[in-house]
Write a protein that binds this ligand. Structure first.
Ligand code: ATP
Ligand code: MG
Length: 332
């Protein structure tokens, strides 16, 4: 049994890209491994955000994850800022992280372009991510493709810390591995950038059937299908990628065939997709509605999760502190 860590930012509404790229995998992994999943609010503050609504967004993200199938009996679900050790290890790891590597990260380049004044926290985002995973000595990190570069850097940070502080034996960080799903990258409804909470190009996981259809209808498809009669290529169509997440295999085959032969128009294809999405998402939405009526229960689940996570984090931090040469605090 491996230890698994992954996180999601409360930076907006949980969307189908998050679900197919990460969360669905988390639900499977909790049955096989020791899993920690976190609503990473410390990451979310690296983008412009509204402090007044962050608590509610954090709670809503936890509700979305529980409704998706995370089971507090099988995994540890907690809020990142409830375990202060994340921030502490982040600082320590900053001192072994090469600046050039941080500047090269695609996500930093993308997100910094969207901000007038770029906070250092956005640059150091992958260091906090390394702290998240290394704090629990997790070896598997289920994420979408967009996070692979950060995972590589995380491995590099672990190697550098080990080379500097674990040379003469003792404790060393394991190098974590990424775990991808089949739908590792879902594009936004514009078909341009990846689907992202912060880009507003999403279909929310908890959206009503009507809203799902309203968003899917105008969504970008293979540009070769200019008219109903033009055949398309499902392999390059984002709608087909989403079909692969929600429609059964025989439907996927029919969809691909009807796309290549222009047997269906894009709207026909989208209607079938909408029906399959609605079938998968309706029970999730219903569970979320029930949990929204029980915020205290959710709060208790998150508090218990933070207690479990903190106990593990403290164990790691005492080893890290000792090997980095910090003086032990004397007992009073
Ligand atoms: P933000 O725009 O604020 O960065 P996000 O939508 O990218 O939000 P994150 O919280 O950064 O979501 O990522 C949560 C998880 O979802 C990560 O594992 C990430 O790889 C995965 N993920 C995000 N977007 C997609 C996508 N379009 N396709 C597949 N996986 C995705
Ligand atoms: Mg992201």
């Amino acid at each position: 049994m491996a230890r698994v860590f992954s996180g999601i930012q409360p930076s907006g509404e949980l969307h189908i890209g998050n679900y197919l790229g990460a969360v669905q995998n988390w639900v499977q992994l909790q049955r096989q491994h020791e899993c920690l999943f976190s609503v990473v609010d410390l990451h979310a503050i690296t983008q412009p955000y509204d402090a007044a609504s962050l608590p509610q967004r954090t709670l809503d993200m936890a509700i979305g994850l529980l409704a998706s199938g995370l089971d507090p009996e099988r995994c540890t679900l907690f809020v990142q800022s409830h375990v202060a050790e994340h921030s502490e290890l982040n600082w320590l790891l900053n001192t072994v992280t090469p600046l050039g590597e941080l500047e090269r990260q695609t996500q930093f380049k993308d997100k910094s372009q969207r901000q007038e004044s770029v906070p250092a926290g956005l640059l150091n985002y992958p260091v906090l991510q390394a702290a998240d995973v290394l704090l629990y000595l997790a070896t598997l990190v289920p994420v979408g493709e967009d996070q692979l570069q950060h995972l590589e850097l995380m491995r590099e940070i672990a190697r550098r810390w080990n080379a500097r502080f674990a040379q003469s034996g003792g404790f060393a960080f394991p190098e974590p591995q990424a775990l991808l799903t089949a739908s590792k990258r879902i594009l936004g409804l514009d078909g341009q950038a990846k689907m992202s909470k912060s880009l507003g190009n999403t279909i929310g996981l908890l959206e009503s059937p009507e809203a799902i259809w309203q968003k899917l209808r105008p969504a970008a498809t293979d540009p070769a299908r200019v008219t109903r009669k033009d055949p398309g290529n499902p392999d390059i169509c984002n709608i087909f990628t989403i079909h692969q997440g929600f429609s059964p295999p025989e439907v996927q085959r029919t969809v691909a065939h009807n796309c290549r032969t222009a047997g269906w128009g894009c709207l026909d294809c989208k209607r079938v997709l909408a029906d399959n999405m609605i079938a998968t998402l309706t029970p999730i939405r219903e569970r979320a509605t029930a949990l929204q009526g029980e915020p205290r229960t959710v709060g208790r689940i998150l508090a218990a999760g933070a207690d479990k996570a903190r106990a593990l984090a403290r164990g790691t931090m005492s080893l890290v502190r000792r090997q980095m040469g910090f003086l032990d605090r004397a007992e009073a």
